[in-house]
Ligand binder design. Sequence first.
Ligand code: PNS
Length: 162
Amino acid sequence: MRIAVFPGSFDPVTLGHMDVIERAAQLFDRVYLCAMANGEKHPTFTPEQRLAMLTAAAAPLPNVTAELWTGLLADYARERGAQYLVKGVRNGADFDNEFGMAVINRSLCPGLDTVLLPARPEYLHFSSTMVREMIKYHRPLEKYMPRAAAECVKGWDQDGKQ
Ligand code: PNS
C-alpha cells in the first residue's frame, strides 16, 4: 500500500492545496493531511480551526484523512507507515525550500521520499497569506478556498470567533 503525507500549516487550506490533495489522492492509496506548526510563522487560525477546514475540504475524498501533529514531520510519517511526503511547488523558491527539507526528512527517516507536484498555472499565485487577506476584506471565499472550508470560516465569523 502506497501511503503519503501532505504536510503544511494550512492557515487556511487554499484551492492550490486542494489541487495537490486531489492529485495525491489519485497517486497514492492513502493520503494523510498533516496540519502542523511552521516554526517561522504565527498562525491566524487555531490548530482546531485549521483541522476543521481541512477535514471539511477532504470529506469527499475517501482515501484522505486530516490530522494535527506537533512533533517532527518524519516521526509522523513513520507512525503512519508512509513512504512518501507530498508537497506542491509554485516556483524556484518553493523548490529550493522543499529540496532542503526533503534531504533532512530522508535523513531523519531513511526511505521516506518527497514527491514534488508542480502547481497548476491557475494556482501559481495562491497562498494562505493571500486567502487571509480575502477573508479580512470579505471577498467571496469560494474563489480561493474549498467551499466546505469557506463555510467553516463564515460560521466562525457569525459566531464572532474569528
Ligand atoms: O504550509 P507551510 O507553512 O509551508 O508548511 C511547512 C511545514 C509545516 C510543512 C514545515 O515547517 C515542517 O515540515 N514542519 C515540521 C517540523 C519538521 O519536521 N522539521 C524538520 C524538517 S525541515
